[in-house]
Design a protein around this ligand. Structure first.
Ligand code: DAH
Length: 343
């Protein structure tokens, strides 16, 4: 019995020291210890010689030896498997992994979301419409005459010979589509992409983005429009910024105005960005023309409304200090990576 126990101790030590360099050496280990002609089987055969009083102890020692062998085999097998599936010769597993690049939102998306979130706090919902539009929704319903220059091929991208397939030149088509639904009152902002046949330069592009706003209810006045836009400017650009309205003309509003904010860079002193006027024009607006209401089946004697339309690129350029509008659509990762705000 003593003899057997010291043999077992030696085998235990050999097992403990074993390291599987590769699959064949692990297989050799299995055969040597756990195989049908292996050491453990052979030792079990010695049971007959063990005195009856010591059989129990011998059994326990053998069971422990067998389970040690099995555990060693399994752990070596698992380690070899992981190694085989991940390593190549010469690979250094202690090196840090390849970084996963995290995307960032496009600056236009950031600005759009900011604008929408400010108006949503005033109860404006988001509405969207098609970029490919017909003549009626893009022009006629908005009170643009047949001979209005905006319909010219020079300004509008027509998709076929028929004037009824064009790329919308503004987001005002969404006003029309929402008013036609006839669910009043209406309080919406409509963000989206628009197209104009313009020469691409640092300051203008043949496609850009706008947010349209529309509020239709009973008893809406210009004061409501002014207050809404004032709230927007304060939230967007801060409370120090001043606003001013200049009379203007749009076929779809009467009266019409353009709204300026005091220059964000020089605070009204005059600089290159504001062309030394101290003011930056940021949107067009006005009271919805009664003809536009009736074109959409809304009674102009009962309902009034205000509307506004602003570009997204310009405020985004001001906010982020971007000096070339073309950067927005060039997909240069070095440019896009710089915008990490959470919006
Ligand atoms: N549609 C105009 C444009 O693209 C912007 C605009 C001006 C929209 C006045 C409006 C508005 O709703 O009331 O230049």
């Amino acid at each position: 019995m003593e003899e057997l126990l010291s043999q077992i101790a030696l085998h235990k030590e050999e097992m403990r020291a074993f390291e599987a360099a590769d699959a064949p050496s692990l297989e050799a280990f299995r055969i040597r210890f756990l195989g049908p002609k292996g050491i453990i089987k052979a030792l079990m055969g010695e049971m007959k010689q063990v005195p009856a009083a010591q059989k129990k102890e011998f059994g326990m020692v053998m069971n422990a030896l067998k389970s040690d062998a099995e555990q060693k085999y399994e752990s070596c097998r698992a380690a070899l498997f992981v190694q085989a599936s991940t390593t190549r010769p010469g690979q250094d597993l202690t090196l840090p992994g390849d970084p996963v690049r995290i995307g960032s939102r496009h600056p236009i998306t950031l600005m759009r979301n900011r604008i929408v979130s400010i108006f949503s706090r005033l109860g404006f919902a988001v509405a969207e419409g098609p970029e490919m539009e017909d003549d009626w929704h893009n022009f006629t319903a908005l009170n643009l005459d047949e001979d209005h220059p905006a319909r010219d091929m020079q300004d509008t991208f027509y998709l076929s010979k028929s004037p009824d397939r064009l790329l919308r030149t503004h987001t005002s088509n969404v006003q029309i589509r929402e008013m036609q639904k006839g669910r009043l009152p209406i309080r919406i902002v409509c963000p989206g992409r628009v197209y104009r046949n313009e020469t691409v330069s640092a300051r203008s592009h043949c496609f850009f983005h706008q947010v349209e706003g529309l509020y239709i209810n009973e008893q809406v006045s210009f004061a409501d429009l002014k207050q809404t836009l004032y709230f927007f400017v304060q939230e967007m650009f801060g409370t120090a910024v001043k606003i001013r309205f200049r009379p203007s003309f749009f076929p779809f509003t009467e009266p019409s105005a353009e709204m300026d904010i005091s220059c964000l860079l020089c605070h009204g002193e005059g600089c290159n960005v504001c062309k030394h006027t101290g003011w930056l024009e940021i949107l067009g607006c006005g009271m919805v023309h009664p003809k536009v209401l009736s074109n959409c089946g809304i009674d102009p004697d009962r309902y009034q409304g205000f509307a506004f339309g602003m570009g997204i690129e310009r405020p985004a350029m001001l906010k982020y200090g971007i000096t070339d509008i073309r950067l927005f659509s060039e997909n240069d990762v070095r440019f896009l990576q710089q915008f990490t705000a959470a919006y």
